[in-house]
Design a protein around this ligand. Sequence first.
Ligand code: BES
Ligand code: ZN
Ligand code: ZN
Length: 540
Amino acid sequence: MPANKQTTTRNPKFRLIAVSHKYKLSILHYSTRTLYKAVMIKINQKIDQSLKHKTECLILPCLEIKKPTGLLKEIDDNLQGAISAAFGNKRFSGKPNQTLLLNSTGKASNILLLGMGNVKEVTAEKIRQAAATAVKVLEKSKFKSVAVDLSAFESLGNGGLYGELAGAVAEGAGLALYHFDNYKSKDEDDPPVRMEKLTLLTTSKTQQTTVEKSIARAEKIVNAVHIARDLISHPGNTVTPTYLAEHAKKMARKNKITCKVLGKKEMKKLGMGSLLGVAQGSDEPPALIVLEYKGAAKKMAPTVIVGKGITFDTGGISLKPGGSMDEMKMDMSGAATTLATLELVASLKLKANVVGIVAAAENMPSGSAIKPGDILKSMSGKTIEVLNTDAEGRLVLADALTYAQRYKPKEVIDLATLTGAVLHALGHQAAAVLGNNPAMIQKLKDAGEATGERVWELPLWEEHEKAMKSDIADLKNIASPGVGAGTTMGAAFLKPFAGDQPWTHIDIAGTAWGFDRPYTNKGASGFGVRLLLSYLEKNC
Ligand code: BES
Ligand code: ZN
Ligand code: ZN
């Protein structure tokens, strides 16, 4: 049995308690090995005083201050002035994400001072990052069970903020401890140490309830992001369009979501020549996955989220260079984000109607593949001259966006790893947003600031749209050489398919992989799940 059929599960209900659920599987028919199974840290809360709480390590969030006061001073006294010494010689001052690990002879065997920065600048995102930094440092030092003192948040404003910051600790920590080990054989002699438990310490009953709710919400968010990260991290020989469709069906069954999958035959009937054109070079059949979540009145027009699901992008006949082509397994990140967001929205019972559409195909060169110069007829009736088969994302999205019009949507958001050019513009720091409605873009920018999943607007003008007109068809899929503005050109191509309602295109080619935050790792980030949740929650 090939490994890909066996190693794919991260059971979302398997929240928590980590470690060694090892299981056997055979790889490539020959060998039997034990692989790592991804697990999640258990996060809980407890009413306890930090100084009386027994733990391997107590994390103490500290504001940027000159010398220890309050609880910090008390602990300092117990530690014979070790903390004031650290402040005195500038080894620690509470700057954002600064850490200092100290030995302790108290109930906590160790104490980790954790900087939160200036009191006026504390935000949920800063706390997410700080918590992520702390647990990463501690996991590296092989701590398995740690606690965080939340009392520093009490002075920071109203009760709402306290809950938000407690949630941010859980979210940042949960996100930071993601590991994708599914294909690694287990090293029995030196297994990697995984943090298993994080306890948030509160001091009152009211706080306890607030923190419990915040943890439950954070767990759902972390779980959804990890589902997206898993889908993206699996290689192209595991995650095919069919795999995405099966995943969507299973996920929909578990949640209150309806799911239908259109195959080649249905697509042909609908005239989806653009999507089918991309898929025709591959032996893997394409899939158009449609998910409907109804959390509001039936008559309310839905938000439609459309995701690019190219499960591997070789470039097709316009073949990509070999170096790091392997990373193109991540070209279905828009699809992963769409699927994970739908699941999250359902698990949080959002009062909104949300439709998810995934256009899934594999872009391969072969005797049956489309060639530069070929003309495709899209579902909208518009014809497209394919001048570069590597600009395939816009081709599959064109038909998915046309299909979205069936829902008479309130708004459409598409997510796609569409252009390498976005990396030149924004690096791994922000996704590009372009669209036809400035108010919608502003709301997405706000959601980006709140979640740390930043987006940055690029222009999309009439002149850009003109550059995508073909001499012999309605549109061409790349602009003429020298026109530049690669990311804008991708959006300019999509605009005629997106409808007249508000629409925003999010180019996540730079952020879906290698998004640079303390709570991300080297590879898949799951970028967009938290962004879209925040956007949807504020606008429903
Ligand atoms: N999937 C790529 C874009 C991409 C590049 C994603 C780097 C992630 C990292 C997309 O299909 C593509 O190949 N785009 C071309 C468009 C060009 C031919 C107009 C590109 O960006 O080079
Ligand atoms: Zn491509
Ligand atoms: Zn692509």
